[in-house]
Design a protein around this ligand. Structure first.
Ligand SMILES: Nc1ncnc2c1ncn2[C@@H]1O[C@H](COP(=O)(O)OP(=O)(O)OP(=O)(O)O)[C@@H](O)[C@H]1O
Ligand SMILES: [Mg+2]
Length: 428
């Protein structure tokens, strides 16, 4: 059985991959591309599952190959083997890839990536366990498998898992890429946390498609799925359950959004949300950081134990307050407390939301009350409520709205690449 196929012009890489995969690898030399991608497709083994394209293939060749191979085998997993270069994100944007692998990645990294893609394909009904006969790190007997009821079955069949498998793409994985976790927090309710969290996820997905996950950790009254018009099958309760220690199970707990990011939906009831242990919430963030470039966390208002648990596991915090004196005072108290207990995040972004000239306060007044500079002002705008009621992130619903522009400036503080990418797209 040859589930893996390599199309490359590097004899050296071919030798390396053959050492790792042995008989399970078929190789089609890149020279066949002289006769067009169809010539390569006609030489595929009988039932390939994963194609590795590269190294030493250019963009046009890779695109032609991706199209020709998936026309023949629509469920084929596609990996581009290419070093990290500045144009790589264009490849990821424009080709229907499942992963990107550096040709210099260690054997362990390479095997782990192939292994993860195989697991994902099996979980999504694109392949069966038997296709990866004699798998890499996967042991057929040991791999827990989930059927529709969530129980473990002995002889998994792809058909059994397919109906419950979510319709989402595997995040592009780039070896060595640092990951960031950003929490959106506020001492009081109704300040705009969910609005910002949803838009941050949507904006970050522009530079890291399918490598962003938004966790609704507002455990009692989370409303991320409402703000995004999603109807999740699974929620955070499934994502933190013991069964989710298995990566496949964890991934089935995610809901895909058409803006190329994933959502861990809020708990189905306040009681269930409250019963989530704080350490399980922290573990969930860490685990998702291992698979996603950006983890965005919407939180419960205040500094309860869940919010503190989130703050222990993040790299950036967006603090949101409106222009009311009680909210600003509460923010000052929150800052004092976090500094005292050593939980003030390294990267802090203070957002003054719903700014309004009629509030009777200036931005300077607000800064004086909270005792810290305001980083971003988001004006009050009816477009925010409209977008939320339509279930669309504001930055996509009404990009010219002043609040949307302000949210973009918050995005570029967190990830300056967002700006570069937009400028490049505008130039094009
Ligand atoms: N800049 C803005 N202009 C106008 N309305 C806004 C703005 N930001 C948020 N809102 C509105 O304020 C309300 C509360 O916003 P949001 O749900 O984002 O806050 P939250 O902090 O998540 O609230 P909760 O604590 O209840 O979860 C929503 O109706 C939202 O549409
Ligand atoms: Mg909210």
């Amino acid at each position: 059985m040859t589930p893996y196929v390599l199309v490359s012009r590097s004899a050296e890489y071919e030798t390396r991959l053959r050492t790792l995969l042995g008989e399970r690898l078929a190789v089609i030399p890149g020279e066949f591309l002289t006769f067009g991608p169809e010539a390569v497709a006609s030489r595929l083994p009988e039932a390939p599952r994963v194609a590795l394209l590269g190294p030493v293939l250019n963009f046009e060749e890779t695109r032609g190959l991706a199209e020709a191979l998936t026309a023949k085998h629509p469920d084929l997993g596609l990996i581009v083997v290419r070093e990290q270069r500045s144009d790589l994100e264009d490849w990821v944007d424009e080709l229907e890839l499942h992963a990107v692998l550096s040709p210099d990645a260690s054997d362990d990294t390479t095997v782990a990536l192939l292994d993860r893609l195989a697991s994902w394909m099996i979980a999504n009904g694109r392949a069966s366990l038997h296709d990866f006969d004699a798998p890499l790190a996967l042991e057929i007997d040991d791999l827990p498998f989930v059927d529709l009821t969530g129980s473990t079955v002995d002889e998994p069949e792809a058909a059994e898992v397919e109906p419950s498998a979510p319709d989402w793409e595997f995040p592009p994985i780039e070896a060595g890429m640092p990951t960031e976790a950003i929490a959106v927090v506020a001492p009081k309710g109704g300040q705009g946390k969910t609005t910002l969290a949803v838009n941050l996820a949507a904006g970050l997905a522009e530079i890291a498609p399918n490598s962003v996950v938004l966790i609704d950790a507002d455990l009692q009254f989370g409303d991320v799925t409402t703000a995004l018009a999603l109807e999740p099958e699974r929620t955070i309760v499934d994502a933190v359950a013991d069964a989710a220690a298995d990566e496949i199970v964890l991934k089935t707990a995610l809901t895909h959004h058409s803006g190329s990011f994933f959502v861990v939906a809020g708990a189905p009831s306040p009681e269930l949300g409250d019963s989530i242990p704080t350490d399980a919430l922290g573990r969930l963030i860490e685990r998702l950081r291992a698979s996603f470039r950006y983890v965005v966390v919407d939180t419960t208002p205040g500094l309860g134990e869940h919010a503190l648990a989130v703050l222990e596991h993040i790299t950036d915090a967006v603090f949101v307050t409106s222009m009311s004196v009680p909210s600003l005072r509460a923010m000052r108290t929150e800052f004092d407390l976090l500094t005292r207990i050593g939980l003030m995040p390294g990267n802090r972004h203070v957002v003054l939301n719903q700014t309004d000239r009629l509030s009777g306060l200036t931005v300077r007044d607000a800064e004086n009350i909270i005792g810290a500079p305001i980083d971003v002002e988001v004006p009050r705008s009816s477009a925010v409520l409209l977008a939320s009621n339509r279930g669309v992130p504001l930055i996509h619903d009404d990009a010219r709205d002043p609040a949307a522009k302000a949210i973009r400036s918050l995005l570029s503080r967190i990830a300056p690449e967002v700006d570069q990418k937009r400028r490049r797209a505008q130039r094009r």
